[in-house]
Design a protein around this ligand. Sequence first.
Ligand SMILES: [Zn+2]
Length: 78
Amino acid sequence: MVEIKCYCCNRDSEQVELRPYGPNASLICFECAMSTPEKEAETERNYALQLEAALAKSNIIMLSEAGPVPVINKDDLN
Ligand SMILES: [Zn+2]
């Protein structure tokens, strides 16, 4: 079973809003993500990587709870 918890403070998604910007896309809450300059830098790095991956798929990006998601026009799919 997948744990829907902040990897850092262990609070779950009922208590805090979680985003997949921890190490290896693990879930982290905003508070923890911004708690130290190191975590903040890591969060920004992970976000940028996910955004880059999404942009490789489409030039239209939707921000979701799962991070940046490419919006793919079904007409573009072969
Ligand atoms: Zn946390």
